[in-house]
Design a protein around this ligand. Structure first.
Ligand SMILES: [Zn+2]
Length: 178
């Protein structure tokens, strides 16, 4: 895996999300935030995540979708259960994944972070291939950006977010985490 100068992961499938904008001037990419997501919750393999991140989620397709269909959210990357890596937002841009958040006393983590979603749920173990792809992706991102930490969404938004959840095994990143 390699990140181009435009912030594109060369090996990823590219699906552009409109839910992004420019990072504030002078903000370096210093943080990686790990999330989990599944749509509908607890179901894997469907089109819901891509539809949510591209504002095409049908509010009538599932009761939960009515609550979230108008949310404007995205992440830079999604790693599916089978290991496929999809990129929605170039790393140079700000994706909308962290929401109200704080890391080492700095708020608005979206300004200086990259979001990586693992297709999953808090109460389900992740797949080995997801950890392998995540470790390779973190390694490639560290080559390109001054990454100071890899953290979980629940660590920067405690009390509000629980992902990536208790099943996420940080040990898989022990060789690559700063
Ligand atoms: Zn999250």
């Amino acid at each position: 895996m390699r990140i181009t100068d435009d912030g594109i992961l060369d090996s990823a499938r590219q699906i552009a999300s409109p839910n992004c904008d420019a990072r504030p001037a002078g903000s370096a990419v210093e943080l990686i935030v790990i999330h989990n997501i599944s749509l509908p919750p607890g179901e894997f393999g469907g089109p819901g995540i891509v539809e949510l991140f591209t504002n095409r989620l049908d509010p009538g397709a599932h009761p939960y979708y009515r609550e979230i269909a108008n949310h404007k959210v995205s992440s830079h990357f999604l790693i599916r259960r089978d290991g496929e890596v999809i990129q929605f937002v170039p790393c140079e841009k700000r994706a909308w994944h962290a929401g109200e958040s704080s890391w080492r006393g700095r708020s608005r983590c979206n300004d200086f972070s990259l979001g990586i979603e693992l297709e999953g749920a808090d109460d389900v173990p992740f797949e080995e291939i997801q950890y392998a792809k995540l470790a390779a992706l973190v390694r490639a991102l560290k080559e390109k950006y001054p990454i100071a930490d890899v953290t979980g969404h629940s660590d920067i938004a405690p009390g509000r977010k629980t992902d990536p959840g208790p099943n996420f095994e940080w040990g898989h990143l022990s060789g690559v985490k700063p």
